[in-house]
Design a protein around this ligand. Sequence first.
Ligand code: PGA
Length: 260
Amino acid sequence: MPSGSLPQRTPAIVGNWKLWGTRAQAADHCDRLLALLPDEGRRPAAVGICAPFTSLDLCVEKLSGSGVGVYAQTMHQEESGAFTGEVSAPMLTEIGIDGVVLGHSERRQFFCETDRALQEKVAAALAAGLRPILCVGETEDEREAGETERKLRHQVQEGLEKVESERLAEVTIAYEPIWAVGTGQVATPEIAQDAIAFVRALVADRAKEAAERIRVLYGGSVKPDNAAAILAQPDVDGALVGGASLDPESFARIIAAAAP
Ligand code: PGA
């Protein structure tokens, strides 16, 4: 049976606000999004938003009882210590956060986040009860040089190294080719499917059963008009949406596109 047809893998559509959202903007966004979403039981996908730290508690309050998950965009692996400017997993769970994005390409590129640190972060998030979304993906140069699989293998193996096999399926992986993030140049459905099937096979090398249950999302210039074709691919379990998630209408249309 193709893994994509297994019933356990309901799709997830997660909006990544990046550096956007004063508390006033976040409150307005949550209100407008809730007005557009069907009731939780009738949604074609699980829904989440990733807000900046300063708006997280407000999003938790606004979205409480709605079934929309609230995620942080990064965290530190240690619980406390001399790490000025950082926030830890217990600080996030204390305010009711559901999960955290780890290793986004912008964090890797602009804030020097390493695979070694991510190894600790994924494990620390799980230990604290947060759902990690681990981002992986190749640059344009790496794709052109035929190095996509090598890069993905390295990032996936390193990122999951400290996760016990029994907990692997609790991690979500987001395949985000760097050339597609924020560029308007979305991957073709075939590229997304091939890369995500490869990521799933890497998880299967660790644990076959987990590979059938783990969610692997696509991210990179997902818009209302291109979402359905990508989400229809058998191994694509949803999307991590940046720019198009800032407008509640377009985010809601992408969520609707997850319907089979
Ligand atoms: P984008 O961002 O949809 O704006 O390309 C995706 C992401 O960074 O997760």
